[in-house]
Design a protein around this ligand. Sequence first.
Ligand SMILES: *Cc1c(COP(=O)(O)O)cnc(C)c1O
Length: 398
Amino acid sequence: MTPPLLPRKHLFDLPEGILYLDGNSLGVLPKGCAERAAHVIGQEWGKELIKAWNTADWISLPERVGSRIAALIGAPAGSVATGDTLSIKVYQALASALKMRPDRRVILSDTGNFPTDLYMASGLIETIGKDYQLKVIAPETVADAIDESVAAVMLTQVDYRTGRMHDMAALTARAHQAGAVMIWDLAHSAGAVPVELTASKAEFAVGCSYKYLNGGPGAPAFIYVRPDIVTEAQPALAGWMGHDAPFAMELGYRPALSTERFRVGTPPIVQLSILDQALNAFEGVTMADIRAASITLSQRFVAEVEAACPALVLASPRDPEGRGSQVSFAFEHGYAAIQALIDHGVIGDFRAPNIMRFGFTPLYLDEEDVVKAAAIVARVINERLYDNDQYRRVSRVT
Ligand SMILES: *Cc1c(COP(=O)(O)O)cnc(C)c1O
């Protein structure tokens, strides 16, 4: 009998005694990342110094890592650039999209979007003025609200709070029908659910790599641009690393003829090296395998928690096809309950106002972990272990 593909716990440094259901926020440390970082710092930087841009091929690392991410989101090699943070990539995608529809003035998004995406849109509008407007509506009403005033539809596929997942193909088709440019934020999709970017025909997609891709805190973001529009897309932040020939040192900006034009400045080589190593954990497993395992895990968790804890109300779609790789429960004392859970060895997280959020990462979680975690949730809730001042003190990061 062949062993099951998942989980692959041996590829990760999992701390003893912790059930980690927060890989949707910060993925765990894959094995080999610390060694890779030490090598890049000690050998490449330490010994090779500036020569390493060529000798260790640092210069092509952003592109190589981009193509590995592309493979996980249904996009062709060369269509994904890496670097900066997701907030920056959102800004670039939006600015490009608005330029592509000069007669239109509306950016359409929804209340399920992550705040920074909305803030970046507002900030961009402040800068360019010209009566642009950001419309933020309820997620269920998006399809009907896309009309011919909309320049760009900017949506996060998986809602960070509830896990509710938009239908990427259908909404992209709807946006295109109305002549709008489609931008998908894949922060909670990349490495979590199968994404078919090419098939969706969306113009832009952006995401981060420290959640399900396990690239570590501050890992670089990514941006996909549909290959046939890349030379039409103005990257907005015209940095030298996005120039067609950075080392020609020309006085005028001339963007690269590929997605690389969306790069801005010098790439974060240590973080990119860590991410490159982290992506090895996805070798030999398909996103369909990961999705199937994720559904098994989340369904089991929901069943166990609902059976044992009537006080928790499911805040995610009940149909697993309608949600990403996380499950949330609403609970009045959610913040304190999450702190108590962490103290009892189950790490999830809290999102205001009352959401207890649990992420499922089949690369390093199995069904037994999920059953154990649900039993601890039941104890913390039913025995009111959260009812303690120490758990009500709010930290800067929740
Ligand atoms: C996590 C997340 C971000 C974070 O942006 P950073 O610039 O990486 O801090 C942005 N948007 C969405 C939808 C997210 O889920």
